[in-house]
Design a protein around this ligand. Structure first.
Ligand SMILES: Nc1nc2c(c(=O)[nH]1)N[C@@H](CN(C=O)c1ccc(C(=O)N[C@@H](CCC(=O)O)C(=O)O)cc1)CN2
Ligand SMILES: [Mg+2]
Length: 287
């Protein structure tokens, strides 16, 4: 029997606990955690994610604001908004939805967000803290994957974890977190040789490449735990569908446990954003 790692259910429990912790925090400090979400342009998927983030923030008991800017926004205008949010004491967390329209410089914006309000964990100071095991604000998707893995497997020590993909948002921080959990970690990417053979050695396989159903059932070691980070829109039988980076049907015949798409890592990402917002608020009130 293959276990389905249900991200909807696990994330709901995370948010439920967070709402309790937020009440305690507000009672203790008299401060409501504030989250500001910035969306530039009108990418339909980003609009859905931003709407869900604001909804979850409200459900967690936060004060949350949404800042929408047109697709042709210039760098100075976006910088000015970020600076304004950096200086607003009612805002403890700032999130700029990615990807940004191409005229905007993503690294510049990431650096400009005050590190203590960077609830995405993308600022170089937070990336460095993660690499040295001192992180407070951890990128949301890898944090969500770790919660799923620990809930499924308990202690991860000594397991061979293979991460497919080396993005700043998922692959690299995922590898750092797995290493901290005492896994033996291998990262493979588009230039790696023998990807299939390496995947077949994995006790834990995390797929974050953004290529629909690239990882086949034959790439998976029997009994392995598979976390699928990919969210790819494809057309099947004339209908738009979401699929992961893993060929789910084949993989679930081999894996011991597997996360689905949708309903796996995606909801965990948003729940972990809420965790980071409370962490950021806690750090700021006690600074
Ligand atoms: N600033 C950021 N931008 C982006 C991040 C991020 O963590 N910070 N990650 C992704 C997008 N993302 C969150 O922003 C995200 C993607 C998907 C989901 C999700 O719940 N997906 C659902 C399916 C949704 C659908 O039907 O389209 C699922 O997997 O079940 C949540 C968050 C890039 N940008
Ligand atoms: Mg990659």
């Amino acid at each position: 029997m293959t276990l389905l790692i249900d991200g909807k259910k696990i994330s709901a429990a995370v948010v439920e606990q967070l709402a309790i912790d937020t009440k305690t925090f507000i009672a203790e400090f008299g401060v409501t955690p504030g989250l500001a979400v910035v969306l530039v342009g009108d990418d339909p998927a980003s609009q859905v994610y931003v709407r869900n983030k604001v909804k979850q923030a409200t459900a967690a008991g936060f004060h949350s604001t949404e800042h929408r800017l047109p697709a042709d926004t210039g760098q100075e205008e976006l910088n000015a908004l970020v600076e304004q949010l950096n200086n607003d004491p009612s805002v403890h967390g700032i999130l700029v939805q990615l990807p940004l329209p191409e005229q905007l410089n993503e690294p510049e914006i990431i650096r400009l967000i005050a590190a203590e309000k960077d609830v995405d964990g993308f600022h170089p100071l937070n990336v460095g803290a993660l690499a040295s095991g001192m992180a407070e604000l951890i990128p949301c998707t890898p944090m969500g994957c770790m919660i799923m893995l620990e809930k499924t497997l308990g202690d991860l020590s000594g397991k061979h974890a293979v991460v497919v993909g080396r993005s700043n948002i998922v692959g690299k921080p995922m590898a750092a977190l797995l290493l901290q959990a005492n896994c033996t970690v291998t990262v493979v990417h588009s230039r790696s040789a023998e990807i299939e053979a390496i995947c077949r050695q994995a006790d834990i396989l995390v797929a974050a490449v953004g290529r629909p159903e690239m990882i086949r059932g034959s790439w998976i070691k029997p009994g392995a735990t598979v976390i699928d980070v990919g969210i790819n829109a494809v057309e099947k039988d004339g209908k738009r569908r979401l699929v992961g980076d893993v060929a789910f049907g084949e993989a679930s015949e081999v894996a011991g446990a597997i996360s689905p798409v949708p309903g796996g890592v995606g909801p965990m990402t948003i729940a972990c954003l809420m965790k980071n917002t409370l962490t950021a608020a806690r750090q700021q009130v006690s600074a």
